[in-house]
Design a protein around this ligand. Structure first.
Ligand code: SF4
Length: 356
């Protein structure tokens, strides 16, 4: 089983660097390899919308690589059908990062493609992704209206020409995403879960989680992402299918996760907005960590928002009594408690629905 490194906070740049240093990424990059970075710029929106990878992640990866002597670095991306990748580079602040570090940004919509065999059918994939000596995947963990969630595996769809992306949708997404995973497997993934959207890949309802994860197995990272979002694997069938087709392992054990700090060091949950605020109306929140509150938001969402249970969450509840459901280690004075620091969304959802 691969190890995953996890860190809490709000500073994407320093979190990324710390993850890469802890995992000693430089030792894994073949000597002389060109390194391509594949973020998630599905649409032309700021990362604060919950749709796209923070520019700080990109800057953190590039500065780490350059500090270790790697010079051949590029950023590659193709936004979804109907949007302009160039506009997306600007909206997310990538042009500035590219200029600062002298790294080119390539629009994969303009790239040459090659046909590659997959377990499903031959697929057209962009040459710059196939030819990378070391491909680093930089997805956002967020909801998706058709696949329930999107993270490491689905982010590789941005390495396809638009005609292939359209074909994926015509085929229902699940099988082609899994097949692509077996043909294009980035050796490193760094997940931006600072504020992924609740249910749309194009953003609009960000959930401030304040978390990032680094790993080498995209299937395992997606399986862990499901747990963090309160989703059973059965709701995201491409993950186990990718496992069957040899792209990785969907097993996640507690000992696979190496934590670099604690959620309480990741910052407090900011005031929620729009749909997220409606979901959490009535929750007794006192100094909750972002990761803890994000688990609760996602659990409430997966339960349809109606639970009828008084809920307490946050460090301010330490040692205080509460009649109702306490979320996390801090709420040990609650009449019922979901243990963990932070608990996962699926554990909270189980408590809310009486399926513990
Ligand atoms: S249990 Fe307490 S310390 Fe742990 S994540 Fe939740 S609020 Fe933070």
């Amino acid at each position: 089983m691969s190890k995953m490194y996890e860190i809490f906070g709000n500073d994407a740049y320093s979190m990324t660097r710390k993850l890469m240093e802890a995992a000693e990424v430089i030792k894994k990059i073949p000597s002389g390899a060109n390194v391509a970075l594949k973020p998630n710029l599905v649409v032309s929106k700021s990362p604060d919308s919950g749709a796209t990878t923070h520019a700080g992640v990109l800057a953190g990866v590039i500065s780490y690589l350059q500090d270790h002597g790697i010079r051949d670095i590029s950023v590659i991306e193709g936004s979804w059908v109907g949007d302009s990748t160039g506009r997306a580079f600007r909206a997310a602040g990538y042009e500035e990062v590219g200029r600062k570090y002298g790294v080119p940004l390539y629009d994969l919509k303009q790239d040459q493609t090659r046909t590659v065999q997959t377990p499903l059918r031959p697929m057209e994939i962009c040459g710059r992704a196939l030819d990378a000596g070391y491909l680093i995947n930089l997805p956002v963990l967020k909801g998706h209206c058709q696949t329930a969630m999107t993270c490491a595996l689905k982010n590789c769809k941005g390495c396809l020409p638009d005609r292939e992306k359209r074909r994926f949708h015509a085929e229902g997404l699940m099988k082609p995403i899994a097949a692509l995973a077996s043909a294009l497997r980035p050796p490193l993934t760094i997940v931006d879960s600072i504020c992924g959207d609740l249910d749309f890949e194009e953003g609009g309802n960000p959930v401030y989680t304040g978390r990032m994860i680094l790993g080498e197995d995209p299937v395992q990272l997606d399986a862990y992402g499901c747990r963090l979002m309160g989703l059973p694997l059965s709701e995201v069938p491409y993950i186990e299918l990718a496992e069957q087709w040899g792209a990785g392992s969907a097993q996640v054990c507690g000992e696979d996760i190496l934590r670099l700090n604690e959620p309480s060091q990741g910052g407090r949950y900011p005031k929620p907005s729009a749909k997220v605020a409606r979901l959490t109306a009535g929750v007794c929140q006192d100094s909750a960590c972002s990761a803890c509150y994000a688990s609760l938001v996602r659990a409430l969402y997966s339960c349809g928002g109606s639970h009828g249970t008084p809920i307490a969450i946050g460090q301010g509840w330490k040692g205080r009594e509460f009649q109702g459901l306490g979320i996390g280690r801090c709420c040990d004075g609650a009449s019922r408690q979901v243990k963990g620091c932070p608990p996962t969304a699926d554990a909270i959802a189980a408590a809310l629905t009486g399926k513990e």
